[in-house]
Ligand binder design. Structure first.
Ligand code: IMP
Ligand code: MG
Length: 176
C-alpha cells in the first residue's frame, strides 16, 4: 500500500492541550481524599501519560496496562484481552484511564468494565483523540483532547505497524 503522512495536529497544539487538560484534572481532583491514579493503556498512550502527569499538580500514582489491540492492521478487533495487567491495585482509589484514541469504543469500554470490578472509588476516562463518528459503544469520556473525523492517525505515541510513535505531532495516513 502506498501512502504518505499529512500533518494534522502540531506539537505546539498538543502541548497547549495537554497543559489545559492537566489544569482541568488538577482542579477536578484537588479536594479528593482518596489516592489518585492515572492508568495509561500501552503502548499508544505512553507519551501522552508522561506529558500529562507532569502538568497534574496533585499527588498521584501512575500505572500501565496493555490490552490486545488492532494488531498490524487498521481494523478493530472486538476481542479485548489483558496482555499486561496493572502492577498495583486500584481498590478505593480515584482512577483516571488515559487512552491515546477512542474509535469504536470497544477497547475502552471493556477496560472500563474490567477495572470497575476492582471497586475503585471513581473511574473516569481521558483520551487525547476522539473519533465520535466511529463510535459503536456508548461511553462517557470525561476529558477529550481533540475530536477528529474518521481518519487513521499516527504520532505522539500512536503507531501504524509499530512505526511513527516517535513523531512529536499527530499526522494522518493518506493512501494514494
Ligand atoms: P476502539 O476499540 O475501536 O475504540 O479502538 C481503540 C484503539 O485502537 C486505540 O487504543 C488505538 O490503539 C487503536 N486505534 C484506533 N484508531 C486508531 C488510529 O487512527 N491510529 C492508530 N491506532 C488507532
Ligand atoms: Mg490504544
Amino acid at each position: 500500500m502506498k501512502y504518505y503522512i499529512e500533518k494534522l495536529i502540531s506539537s505546539d497544539d498538543i502541548n497547549s492541550k495537554v497543559n489545559y487538560l492537566g489544569k482541568q484534572i488538577t482542579q477536578d481532583y484537588f479536594n479528593i481524599n482518596k489516592k489518585f491514579i492515572l492508568i495509561g493503556l500501552l503502548r499508544g498512550s505512553f507519551i501522552f501519560v508522561s506529558d500529562l502527569c507532569r502538568v497534574i499538580n496533585i499527588p498521584h500514582e501512575v500505572d500501565f496496562m496493555t490490552v490486545s489491540s488492532y494488531g498490524s492492521n487498521m481494523f478493530s478487533s472486538r476481542d479485548v484481552k489483558i496482555i499486561k495487567d496493572l502492577d498495583g491495585n486500584i481498590y478505593d482509589k480515584d482512577v483516571l484511564i488515559v487512552e491515546d484514541i477512542i474509535d469504536s469504543g470497544y477497547t475502552i469500554s471493556k477496560v472500563y468494565e474490567m477495572l470497575l470490578l476492582r471497586k475503585p472509588n471513581s473511574l473516569s476516562i481521558c483520551t487525547l483523540l476522539d473519533k465520535p463518528s466511529c463510535r459503536e459503544v456508548n461511553i462517557f469520556i470525561k476529558y477529550i483532547g481533540f475530536t477528529i473525523s474518521n481518519e487513521f492517525v499516527i504520532g505522539y505515541g500512536i503507531d501504524y505497524n509499530q512505526n511513527y510513535r516517535h513523531l512529536s505531532y499527530i499526522g494522518k495516513v493518506v493512501v494514494n
